[in-house]
Design a protein around this ligand. Structure first.
Ligand code: HEM
Length: 113
């Protein structure tokens, strides 16, 4: 199956430039908590959130990003639910994230779209 790089379908559909520039680039606030969604587009090496697939799978399964200090768990992020996905599902999500455009950090962090 061919994978076409470019804006994700949901972003193409509404053709909103602001959305294209921040799609999965993090910065969504969840008030009143202090937590902010992570940037998970590919880094300069093509790794979503800078994670290899093994690291990504482990993060989704355990809630701990191996790049974070020991014992730290992702907050807000529904990893207890996403962690129940099969290896194949997680691989599909990872490959999707590898295929979307790499973006800088969300330039307009906000609780609103
Ligand atoms: C399949 C869907 C999802 C995937 C693959 C995913 C993936 C990730 C990954 C890999 C991280 C860690 C990145 C890093 O530490 O740099 C992360 C963090 C985060 N995610 Fe998700 N996520 C998903 C859905 C969601 C949803 C639905 C929400 C909220 C409604 C969410 C909120 C967050 C937040 C707030 C963080 C940062 C947590 C912290 O800093 O403690 N995620 N996500």
């Amino acid at each position: 199956m061919a994978v076409t790089a470019g804006p994700a379908p949901a972003v193409q559909a509404n053709d909103d430039e602001a959305d294209r520039n921040r799609y999965l680039a993090g910065g969504r606030k969840f008030p009143p908590s202090p937590f902010i969604s992570a940037h998970i587009t590919p880094d300069k090496n093509g790794k979503p959130a800078g994670l290899t697939f093994e690291q990504f799978r482990s993060t989704l399964r355990t809630g701990h990003n191996p790049n974070d200090p020991p014992g730290e768990l992702l907050q807000i992020m529904p990893w207890p639910v996403f962690g129940k996905k099969t290896d194949g599902d997680l691989r599909a999500i990872y490959e999707y994230l590898r295929a979307i455009p790499s973006l800088p950090d969300n330039p307009h962090p906000s609780p609103n779209p």
